[in-house]
Ligand binder design. Structure first.
Ligand code: MN
Length: 547
């Protein structure tokens, strides 16, 4: 037999350590999955069959849940000895790069046809049924997909979030007792989203900067098959080796060939200080100290990325070290603090270094609010009144005089109570035009009208003299609870009357005071508090009665 002709033609066995292939078949059907750090990272699935290893290269690895199909390229049959191969394929050889064994075991064939293969893999990592099916044409199709037929091994596993925003520090003095201290790096604050075969860097405002930093692309390989969201700062150094604040500006204006040169001549470094997500689970509710321990366990260290130590206690020493090296001060973080996306939290204190810029005039409002607003409104001109298709169930509360904003607060608090009872987080904001909006983040637009209607009508039934459910102008003396879903006033949008639709806290709603915001006050609040509406960007909540 010579199914191995294609395999042998591609290789020089005088150079590569890969096997030439002459072994006879073994008694059981074995499989291997090799992690192959070739020009592009991929995983090679090989199934022992008819005396050779039938092979597929899977750039994103086997899917962990049945919901997603991953591409799989059928590659040439490999000799049986390849099932044990690991090591370095020399430079210049076909598939040059490191190969490790990611998993191995035996498998059962459930179906084996020219265009469809179903197997039950029994490995150390993977123990599940997978289906491979051809999408390319012909009898020997090259393009296939692989699909998991069994439920996820980890039923609590969730999809990686795509829209987190960084937690921020408040300016202050060095705190003592129960704090850790980190150097504050000047550069581009960015979240890295890594999944097998897919790495993305997002700067403030959900601004994708991946293409600007090709030298950081190999971080995805370092994480291999892990799914992770990392928080850090992309630091560029100037000729003198000092952090250069304009690294992003230079990269963004560069064309692809220049980018490659900038990456070679003055490479950036990703300084990682937090781990928000790992392998299907959020770590944001864990204390800072526990998140740092999980981050350290990933052992991410390279010339282009690193995880500098945090120092528990000894804030003075870290601050003077930072000053001595001309760095940007320190950030103190409470050891027991959770990660609150988008918030300028008192649990993180920024000490020394430059303070945030003062507020801008109303005319400059959109320019100044853009880094926060962009996250809610990607790719849109920022002018006038801004509306969005909200990824939330929206209740718009409008008072019919003599009812007032205080009555809206009363109704909003009742809504808040109902949602808390259902285990749902909700976010209030002023409408900027005398009313109040309550958003329940669900992570998708155009959903939840039936739920919203039920809630609003329940509220009207309980409080008929205060609440009117439905759309249209509010009746006199009552609060209209508009449950009809559609484009909604965006958070931070200017309104025709000069107000701003401002996210507020439930405490502020409970006090029902000072709930009117002009642009300078909104900018000052964002500088002090961060984005109170950030949960709308990332929180996916299931409504009752939905899967
Ligand atoms: Mn390969």
């Amino acid at each position: 037999m010579d199914d191995l002709g294609a395999y042998r033609r591609k290789r020089d066995f005088a150079v590569t350590g890969e096997p030439r292939g002459q072994a006879a078949p073994g008694p059981a059907s074995r499989f291997v999955i090799q992690e192959h750090h070739a020009r592009r990272l991929h995983w090679d699935l090989r199934l022992e069959r008819d005396g050779v290893l039938a092979s597929w290269a899977v750039p994103k690895g086997l899917p962990e849940a049945p919901g997603s199909n991953h591409f799989a390229a059928r590659t040439e049959d490999h000799p049986l000895e390849y099932i044990d191969f690991h090591g370095e394929i020399p430079k210049g050889q076909y598939g040059a790069g490191a190969m490790t064994i990611w998993d191995r075991g035996t498998y059962e064939t459930l179906k084996w046809e020219a265009r469809k293969v179903e197997v039950a893999l029994h490995g150390e990592r993977v123990d599940a049924r997978y289906a491979l099916f051809a999408i390319g044409d012909g009898d020997a199709p090259k393009d296939w997909m692989v699909h998991r037929m069994d439920p996820p091994a980890d039923p609590a596993r969730e999809a990686i979030p795509t829209r987190l925003v960084p937690m921020l520090a408040r300016p202050g003095d060095l705190p003592a007792g129960g704090w850790a201290f980190e150097i504050r790096w000047q550069g581009v604050r960015a979240l890295a989203y890594s999944q097998p075969g897919d790495l993305r860097f997002e700067a403030a405002g959900r601004h994708d900067v991946t293409r600007c930093f090709p030298e950081l692309g190999r971080l995805g390989r370092a994480l291999g098959s892990r799914g992770a969201v990392l928080d850090g700062v992309i630091v560029g150094l100037d000729a003198a080796g000092r952090p250069s604040p304009d690294v992003l500006a230079r990269r963004e204006s560069a064309a692809a060939p220049q980018l490659r040169r900038l990456a070679d001549d003055s490479p950036a470094t990703f300084v990682i200080f937090d781990l928000l997500w790992l392998d299907g689970h959020s770590l944001m509710a864990l204390p800072y100290a526990a998140r740092r321990a999980r981050l350290a366990a990933l052992a991410l260290a390279d010339a282009r990325w690193r995880t500098p130590d945090h120092v528990v206690g000894a804030g003075e020493a870290v601050l003077s070290a930072s000053a001595a090296h001309g760095l940007g001060g320190v950030v103190a973080k409470r050891l027991d603090s959770i990660y609150e996306p988008g918030l300028r939290s008192p649990a993180w204190v920024s000490v020394g270094g430059p303070r945030p810029a003062a507020e801008a005039s109303p005319d400059d409002y959109y320019a100044a609010i853009e880094p926060v607003l962009r996250a809610h409104l990607p790719a849109r001109e920022l002018a006038g009144e801004l509306r969005v298709e909200p990824e939330a169930v929206v209740f718009a509360l409008e008072p019919g005089p003599p009812a007032t904003l205080a009555d809206c607060c009363d109704v909003a608090l009742r809504l808040h109570g109902m949602f808390e009872h259902l285990g749902l987080r909700s976010c209030p904001k002023t409408s900027g035009a005398g009313g109040l909006d309550v958003w329940v983040p669900v992570g998708g637009a155009g959903r939840g009208e039936a739920f919203a209607r039920m809630v609003a009508e329940l509220l009207e039934r309980d409080e008929p003299t205060l609440v009117a459910a439905g759309a249209g102008a509010p009746p006199a003396g009552r609060v209209r609870v508009d449950w009809t879903q559609g484009p909604a006033v965006a958070p931070y949008s200017l309104r025709a009357g000069g107000g701003v639709s401002a996210p507020v806290s439930w405490d502020e709603v409970a006090r029902a005071a000072e709930l009117s915001f002009d642009p300078p006050r909104v900018l000052a609040r964002v500088a002090a508090l961060g984005d109170l509406f950030a949960p709308v960007l990332w929180l996916r909540q299931a409504l009752p009665g939905r899967a």
